[in-house]
Design a protein around this ligand. Structure first.
Ligand SMILES: Cc1cc2nc3c(=O)[nH]c(=O)nc-3n(C[C@H](O)[C@H](O)[C@H](O)COP(=O)(O)OP(=O)(O)OC[C@H]3O[C@@H](n4cnc5c(N)ncnc54)[C@H](O)[C@@H]3O)c2cc1C
Length: 230
């Protein structure tokens, strides 16, 4: 069930995206809101399969498939949502590492993530535009990486959605995902699949609700008739 898109050499089954969508549909159809397969399978792990270098794939992918490594992606900040180019979290080049500072919010799996793909500004020049951003792999236990509150939401209670804080976190250069300055391009490439996955899950949930309702009104009797007959 976890990461079907990961190839066999990293412990997966190398299935295509339709397999992910079968899982997403069945999970939604049954109303299993506590299962976070969708973020793990359809959103976060693909950043590793599509962008990570060989060493990063070897290190993380087998554990993503087995479920020992949960990945979160941290784009949103207290002052930045839809307009991602407003991201302020900064990573300053210090030779063999980046010094990461900033805060994120609304991060799914923020409490339980073993690694967080942090979208940050590696070029502080406002003229750099979309090329100012990179993605760093922050690992659990790195000094200065702290988790804030598990946010209280209207629904999706089983999903942890959190604040994250980065105070002078030394992120080794080998934890840069892909190339420096390409972060925004990677997001633009991967976000459509996230949106498709959300749409497929939403459609499956809607179809399931209608199916359950139709079945119910065909069985339920009131005032001497089945409700459907009214
Ligand atoms: C349950 C949950 C889980 C999440 N998980 C993650 C996660 O794992 N990682 C992550 O990085 N983020 C996550 N987010 C954050 C999510 O990506 C943001 O909420 C989203 O990007 C919108 O940003 P915002 O909430 O700041 O709203 P804003 O960008 O402030 O938008 C506020 C309102 O204005 C509207 N609006 C914005 N721009 C325009 C425009 N140009 N024209 C007209 N209307 C506009 C929006 O549609 C919205 O209704 C999560 C959010 C939730 C609720």
């Amino acid at each position: 069930m976890l990461c079907p898109g990961v190839s066999e050499e990293y412990g997966g089954v190398g299935a295509d995206f339709r397999y992910n969508m079968v899982i997403a549909e069945e999970v939604s159809r049954l109303g299993l809101t506590g299962i976070g397969f969708s973020l793990h399978n359809d959103v976060t792990t693909p950043y590793l399969t599509n962008v990570a270098n060989e060493a990063q794939k070897q290190k993380f992918l087998p554990r993503c498939v087995s479920g020992y490594c949960i990945i979160a992606i941290a784009m949103t900040e207290p002052g930045t949502g839809s307009d991602l180019q407003g991201i302020k979290t900064s990573a300053v080049d210090k030779g063999d590492h980046y010094l990461l500072n900033g805060s994120k919010t609304f991060i799914t799996c923020g409490q339980q993530a073993d690694i967080v793909l942090v979208v940050c500004r590696t070029n502080q020049d406002p003229a750099a535009g979309a090329k100012a951003f990179s993605i760093l792999i922050v690992e659990d236990g790195m000094p200065g990486f702290e988790r804030g509150r598990n946010l209280d939401k209207l629904g999706q209670k089983a999903q942890d959605t959190s604040e994250l804080f980065f105070n002078d976190v030394k992120v080794p250069k080998e934890n840069l995902l892909g190339e420096e300055g390409m972060g925004f391009i990677y997001l633009m490439r991967e976000l459509p699949q996230e949106r498709l996955s959300i749409a497929v899950s939403a459609m499956a949930s809607c179809k399931s609700v209608i199916e359950q309702t139709v079945n119910y009104v065909k069985e339920r009797k009131a005032f001497g008739k089945r409700i459907a007959e009214f």
